[in-house]
Ligand binder design. Structure first.
Ligand code: ATP
Length: 241
């Protein structure tokens, strides 16, 4: 049986006169890993922020866990947000804490049963456990932010360009974690990336945002079976500069 986690119908969103989303249809079933792709400025982050319930929209319907986001009270929104994890930009607050302290703090906040030592091992954070967050390099800050996102054992994880700025080993570590989390908990992952190889390797489905609409929304396998050599080729043939 499939369980629908997100259902979007004819979603429209403008910033002033800039019509960014012009009628998006989209669904995410429990357990899917979906890659949202498209050129710079296509509206990927805007779309994800609407799914995170952080941004308002102008027209259409957005259902998350079967609830229409627009009609929810603040209290109901909080209930939904508890089940979603997102990677937000670290705040000033992070700076004064060591990696292990941050993880412990968020574990307590989320009332998570995840083992901190396992997270430290999985994300290769052992050498940095006592390093202050603000002394970490950009890529390691990102890894810590991602580790925090996994701490809550979310039903849905929304990641905006999670691998940008990570070296090849760290990308592999993150993808290994995402796929393990997905298999173990059946959690749904929706992410944006400009790396088409990652989409091809790890995503069940692909949503191509182009000119404000979902030009293609299909399984990675069907796209490849339809004759494209790779998702990279598919992207280049569909999207002009
Ligand atoms: N808060 C905002 N106010 C006004 N315009 C915005 C705002 N956020 C985004 N935009 C505009 O909306 C369009 C889509 O931006 P968005 O960041 O969603 O695209 P993106 O596909 O994530 O881009 P990238 O791949 O470069 O990160 C762009 O033209 C951008 O300038």
């Amino acid at each position: 049986m499939t369980v629908e986690i997100v259902h979007v119908k004819q979603l429209k969103k403008s910033y002033g006169t800039n019509k960014v989303l012009r009628g998006i249809d989209f669904t995410a079933q429990a357990g899917e890993i979906i890659g949202v792709i498209g050129k710079n400025g296509a509206g990927k982050s805007t779309f994800l922020e609407i799914l995170m319930t952080l941004k308002t929209y102008d027209e259409g319907n957005v259902f998350v866990f079967d609830k229409e986001v627009r009609s929810l009270s603040t209290h109901q929104l909080e209930g939904i947000r508890k089940q979603i994890s997102v990677v937000l930009q670290p705040t000033q607050f992070y700076k004064s804490l060591k990696v292990v302290e941050l993880l412990k703090l968020f574990k307590a906040y989320y009332k998570s049963s995840v083992n901190i030592e396992k997270i430290i091992a999985d994300f290769k954070l052992e050498p940095y456990r006592k390093t202050y967050f603000n002394k970490l390099s950009g890529g390691w800050k990102q890894i810590v932010s991602l580790a925090i996102a996994f701490l809550s054992e979310p039903k849905m994880l929304i990641l905006d360009e999670p691998t940008t700025g990570l070296d090849p080993h760290m990308r592999n570590i993150l993808w290994a974690y995402i796929t393990k989390y997905n298999k173990r908990t059946g959690g749904t992952v929706i992410l944006t990336t400009h790396n088409m190889d990652e989409v091809e390797l790890y995503c069940d489905k692909v949503m191509l945002l182009n000119d404000g609409v979902g030009e293609t929304f299909d399984t990675t396998k069907r796209i490849l079976d339809s004759g494209y050599k790779s998702i990279h080729d598919f992207y280049l043939s569909k999207v002009s500069m």
